[in-house]
Design a binder for this molecule. Sequence first.
Ligand code: PEP
Length: 249
Amino acid sequence: MLVVGNWKMNLDLAAARQLTSAIASGIGSTDNVDVGVCPPFVDLDAVYAILHGSGIRLGAQNMHEADSGAYTGEISGPMLRAVGCHYVILGHSERRQFFGETNDGVSRKARKARSHRLVPIVCVGESLPQREAGDHERVVERQIQESLADIEISDASELVVAYEPVWAIGTGKTATPEQVASMHGHIRRLLEHLFGRAIGSEIPILYGGSVKPSNAEELFAQPDVDGGLIGGAALKAEDFLAIVNAARR
Ligand code: PEP
């Protein structure tokens, strides 16, 4: 199981240090659960220093596809590696919605992330109108096929997929366990088709969308749910640790 916190555009340096210390001191062993946190770029270096030795891995929330150059305001894969990142979230629905990210762009970034030995956490998920129209499976299928086009992995640990229905992110509305199980099964079949059964059956598929301590255990118990991508509840150490504990059970 894998639990990753996405802090989004929250927490300045002092607050990020405080939350990281609370998580690192409360985590105990990471023997049977992988844990990651994805702070804002400016906090990465300080968070890494605190995480060191805790077993918790560092991730970023986005990455540019070039290694360096005239791209004002952007951050590259080598820069993320240099501050200790293991993961990079790509194609989060907020990036797709507010910053025009496309499946093609996500696939270029994912390939580049792999070339720098970063593990991309590629996000997919349908909007409410798409679900209401019964298009959710087709939408996610296209996102998976196009966002993961031509990415090469030799082991399932080199890629993570996160299913995050847009209507469940930050809304307090969680997908039902049945909806989650059904979509994760669909994604599993697509991954097996794309990467072959041996690798596709082992790629972690996270659920994201209003996961909290009270619903984590039931969601994590669904077939093909290998953990969670946590937004709001990752900003409170107590809640995040409770969700990590739910993944351990
Ligand atoms: C997210 O943004 O990845 C997310 C899942 O947010 P929340 O948990 O707040 O719904």
